[in-house]
Design a protein. Structure first.
Length: 169
């Protein structure tokens, strides 16, 4: 009976900790920590305010992929009612056509690596280029695949840089 009561107390305390909504300050700390962990998001350019469980994001990101990722992170936090990105700006590319070609070359290179067994197949990687800097988001199976992808993309003519936000599963 004593063991049963102890188990019930532990289960109840776990349930209560999940059921208690987070305060605005805790939500703000969590989103700030999540942004710092993202490799390809300029978290110093993003300001976070939380009012009555609504996150207000302002500042600048380089790509639509980054803006979407920031929104996903914010919306995933417990107790958040809404995320407002009205003041989160995406920097415009000064090299739109060149960026489109670099993105196409990058996607082709990643497909080439998979077809030729240099990386595992069936990865879903998101690629966007802004001002000749390639941004890649997604998940892969090994650190070696990350290195192979980065090295191959850096070799593409006109690529000014590669920013990776690829996680190993």
């Amino acid at each position: 009976m004593r063991h049963f009561l102890l188990s019930a107390i532990i289960i109840l305390s776990n349930f209560i900790s999940y059921a208690v909504p987070l305060e605005d300050s805790a939500i703000s700390e969590i989103i700030t920590e999540l942004l710092v962990k993202e490799n390809d998001i300029p978290n110093t350019d993003i300001k976070v305010q939380v009012k009555q469980k609504v996150i207000y994001l302002s500042g600048n990101v380089d790509t639509n992929l980054q803006a979407n990722r920031v929104l996903e992170l914010a919306a995933s936090i417990k107790s958040v009612i809404d995320v407002n990105t009205d003041k989160l700006d995406i920097r415009n590319s000064k090299e739109f056509l060149s960026d489109a070609f670099i993105t196409a070359k990058t996607k082709g290179k990643i497909k080439y690596l998979a077809i030729n067994n240099r990386i595992a197949e069936h990865y879903v990687l998101h690629v966007e280029t802004t001002n000749k800097v390639v941004h890649i988001f997604g998940d892969v199976k090994s650190e070696q695949d990350i290195k192979t992808i980065q090295d191959s993309i850096e070799d593409i003519i006109d690529v000014a840089g590669v920013k990776m936000n690829i996680r190993c599963l």
